[in-house]
Write a protein that binds this ligand. Structure first.
Ligand code: PHE
Ligand code: ZN
Length: 866
């Protein structure tokens, strides 16, 4: 069997469903190997659908035990059952009830889609198309139904039984079984369905909504881990409060449950009233979780909760509209985190991750519009482009129309589309209505793949006291121009030039909606440095040539924190790509002045200024012939130089931030101090590895929390020697019983930039805590290697590619989604220098030769090789 390129599903082929399902009654009997699902579906013809169509219900990996229609049998001649579903050739053209009994094996379900069992806990994952692995159904998001779910299980095995909506009834069944009934009054698509059954501990509290509803909020975790669930529960409450305050959205059920499970393909899932989480994004105590973990938990709890409105109350008509819920919800969770933490620091973090993940995707073979127009496997479209660029589009829309109009448009969107399955057009229509503006040109952002380039150049005329700025947009695909909000200002020797005027700029923003434009600033007293794209006002690559001196003026004087940070990044990037000792010294001096002036006033920001562009970012800035070793060496040299030049300051910072004995708190200010102190340690070590290893060892011993301990371990891990091996061994032993901590330990070792790392990974694959069936373990060891160890993954001898390719092949038959995701690491292979490129192609072709590849892997492979 030869793997074919899987067929495409196209947006233009969208047709309303021929049938609708108003009501779903489920009776689910849990059993480790033979779970029985009885589904009663109240169907009726869709007045908007094809009146003569047969009834086709999707199915996947199901055993059909029984079927009847309005209580009577279905004639065998009328029914076809295939692996992809069942078809009723002559369905009634009036409302009818179909009763289906199916059987599935939750233990054998290694795809983690549908009903599965992890560490003895039953759970479900239905987005995007997992419900069809539970029963036959119209498994598409525009079919919305009211669900009542009865769950029955052995009481010992599953004392806790959870479903969507509100609990209505529970009780014993015979000697050793029991049941619970849940009813969800809000019509929803099948992808939001969920149940959980298991032995679980919980923490809970109540929240009173602005509408006066008392909501019981609970976080369920493995028994004995309840002390690790408190932060997540607190984040739930803060999310509920925030969505009321910021968007006027209240929660709409009596209970809100979050359940942590150990095997999960993604981060978390927004099932109605029953969010199911990868335990990595729930469990946290200072001894096991870092500041970054706390921040991620807060953000993902918020994200899933916010989906209750942006995703659940208003859902997507079809999967092409995925950004409608994901881009919008990422934007909402970013705003939440910005309000909870430092807004500029958070913005810099968002942009770093956009550049690390979305820019390369948008420049490589897997590029696609934020709203794709065709897909072979929808699970491959939960991408940085849909999520993060999708969020940037919403942010630009707000910049374009202003905060008040944006809020009014959101209210309108929710009001007009509540209870429906909507499209990107519906979203934009709400804003067009409240502003009276034509947003059709802006809408091009959803259609156009590729990262636009914004090229800028300026000319100062001292006699006329004018500054002329030329802006041009260069798109990666032909077509009419995009609407690009460019937040900007001019910076003089003493700081922002507040007296200058420019008619085309409103509230500090110029809207570039043509191919190019010329802006004339008047009353410009001295030659300015332009500060463009403040706060990263659009997801574009800025092409503006400034001298280091001009950039360092921005670092020192700009009022926009993002561009201050960006200026330091730009200087550093140039030094990585084109090393120059004299310029490096000047950069070090400017950083020194910066640190003296304000490091302690805003440590989180200072830590970001000290973090140089990553190797990946440097590679992404090159058009071709990327040599990861050269980038690595250049970056290392620059860091060494900075570490030496700044040594006294870094030591002072280290000393003045040395935490006393106060208890750990995950708040942003405390986290910022730890971040700066750990950045200082890492830079000291870059300049003087011997001293760095000694200091890191000390810090490792003295650490009172995982943030400091892991930072010290990461520093020491890049310095070969006895100290490193001892530290790694001790850490591994100390946390032998903590899988989520071992994930960090796996990742640190997988990202050591040395040839021996391959052997290390081979050894770690045999570690008792490693498992190919747990996605977190695989991502920690193999995903980190492929995504964050460019010199070893892209080795010229091909051994790094081979390592990842072997895991992709091994995983494809058990968990194709995770396999496909791992494979995306090859996305930039064509831009590598020749030897590496040839090696990558060989490995990709070896995967291609495997018979019977999953659609997930075949799709990524086909596009990557195209
Ligand atoms: N909808 C989830 C989220 O973004 C992501 C997800 C997709 C989870 C598919 C599981 C499966 O919040
Ligand atoms: Zn989401």
């Amino acid at each position: 069997m030869r793997t074919e390129t899987p067929p495409l599903i196209r947006l233009e082929d969208y047709r309303p469903s021929a049938f609708l399902i108003d009501r779903v009654d489920l009776d689910i009997r849990l059993d480790p190997h033979a779970a029985r699902i009885t589904a009663e579906l109240a169907l009726r013809p869709n007045p908007e659908g094809d009146a003569d169509a047969p009834l086709h219900l999707d199915g996947d990996d199901l055993t059909l035990v029984a079927i009847d229609l309005d209580g009577a049998g279905v004639a065998p001649g009328d029914l076809t059952v295939e692996p992809s579903g069942l078809t009723l050739r002559n369905p009634p053209r009036r409302p009818f009830v179909l009763r289906l009994v199916t059987q599935v094996d939750p233990t054998a379900n290694t795809k983690l889609m549908g009903l599965y069992r992890t560490d003895g806990v039953y759970c479900t994952q239905c987005e995007a198309d997992g419900f069809r692995r539970i029963t036959y159904f119209l498994d598409r998001p525009d079919v919305m139904s009211v669900y009542t779910t009865r769950i029955e299980a052995n009481r010992e095995e599953a004392p806790v039984l959870l479903g969507n909506g509100n609990p209505v009834e529970a009780g014993p069944v015979g000697e050793d079984r029991h049941y619970a009934v849940w009813h969800d009054p809000h019509p929803k698509p099948a992808y939001l369905f969920a149940i959980v059954g298991g032995r679980l501990g919980k923490v809970e509290t109540t929240f009173r909504t602005m509408e006066g509803r008392d909501v019981t909020c609970a976080v369920y975790v493995e028994p004995g881990r309840e002390d690790r669930a408190g932060y997540a529960l607190d984040a739930v409450i803060r999310s509920m409060e925030w969505d009321e305050r910021a968007f006027g959205r209240a929660y709409d059920l009596d209970v809100f449950n979050v359940v942590a499970v150990s095997a999960f393909n993604m981060g978390a899932m927004e099932n109605k009233g029953l969010n199911i989480f990868n335990d990595k994004y729930v469990l946290a105590v200072p001894d096991t979780a870092t500041d970054a973990d706390y921040a991620a938990i807060e953000a993902i709890i918020a994200h899933e909760y916010f989906h209750n409105w942006s995703g659940n109350r208003v859902t997507c008509r079809d999967w092409f509209q995925l950004c409608l819920k994901e881009g919008l919800t990422v934007f909402r969770d970013q705003e939440f985190s910005s309000d909870m933490r430092s807004r500029p620091v958070h913005r810099i973090g968002e942009v770093r991750s956009l550049r690390a993940r979305q820019f390369p995707e948008d420049a490589g073979p897997l590029k696609h519009p934020v709203r794709p127009n065709a897909y072979a496997e929808i699970n491959n479209f939960y991408t940085a482009t849909v999520y993060d660029k999708g969020a940037e589009i919403v942010r630009m829309l707000r910049t374009l129309i202003g905060g008040a109009a944006f809020r009014a448009g959101m209210d309108r969107y929710f009001a007009d589309n509540d209870g429906t399955a909507a499209t990107v057009e519906d979203f934009l229509a709400a804003f067009a209505t409240v502003t009276g503006r034509d947003l059709s040109a802006f809408a091009r952002w959803y259609e156009r793949p590729g990262t636009p380039k914004l090229s800028a150049s300026g000319r100062y005329d001292p006699a006329a006291r004018t500054y002329t700025l030329r802006l041009a947009q260069i798109l990666t695909v032909e077509g009419p121009p995009l609407v690009i909000p460019v937040a900007l200002g001019l910076v003089g020797a003493k700081g922002p030039m507040t007296d200058v005027t420019c008619a085309a700029v409103t509230d500090g923003v110029f809207i570039l909606d043509r191919d190019e434009a010329e802006l004339v600033f008047e009353n410009v007293a001295e030659e300015p440095v332009p500060s463009l794209l403040r706060d990263f006002s659009a997801p574009v690559r800025l092409d503006l040539s400034l001298t280091d001196e001009q950039r360092l003026r921005l670092l020192a004087r700009d009022s926009d924190p993002f561009n201050r940070w960006q200026a330091a990044q730009d200087v550093a990037m140039r030094l990585i790509l084109d090393p120059d000792p004299a310029r490096a010294e000047a950069f070090a001096e400017a950083l020194g002045t910066f640190l003296d002036g304000e490091a302690l006033a805003d440590p989180a920001f200072a830590a970001l200024v000290l973090a140089l562009p990553t190797e990946g970012e440097a590679a992404d800035s090159l058009p071709s012939d990327v040599d990861p070793d050269a980038i690595h060496q250049a970056r290392r040299d620059l860091r060494a130089r900075l570490g030496r030049a700044l040594r006294p300051r870094l030591e002072r910072i280290d000393a003045s931030l040395s935490s006393g004995k106060e208890a750990y708190s995950p708040d942003a200010a405390s986290a910022g101090r730890r971040a700066l102190r750990n950045a200082a340690l890492d830079l000291i070590a870059a300049g003087d590895p011997q001293a760095g290893a000694a200091l890191a060892t000390q810090r490792l011993d003295a650490a009172t929390n995982m943030t400091d301990r892991l930072a010290a371990l990461a520093t020491i891990a890049q310095i070969p020697g006895e100290a490193r091996e001892a530290a790694l061994t001790a850490f591994g032993e100390r946390y032998a019983q903590e899988p989520l901590v071992l994930d960090k330990w796996f990742a640190i070792q997988a990202t050591i930039a040395e040839p021996e790392t391959l052997d290390r990974i081979a050894r770690l694959k045999a570690h008792p805590a490693f498992s190919m069936t747990n996605p977190n373990r695989v991502r920690a060891l193999v995903g980190s290697f492929s995504m964050a160890n460019p010199t070893q993954f892209a080795r010229a001898d091909g051994a790094g590619f081979a390592l990842v390719a072997d895991v992709v092949k091994a995983l494809d038959s058990t968990n194709p989604q995770v396999a496909a995701r791992l494979l995306t690491a090859f996305g930039s292979w064509r831009r590598l220098e020749k030897n590496r490129r040839v090696a990558a192609a060989e490995m990709l072709n070896r995967i291609k030769a495997v018979p019977g590849l999953s659609r997930d892997v075949a799709d990524i492979l086909g596009r990557t090789l195209k």
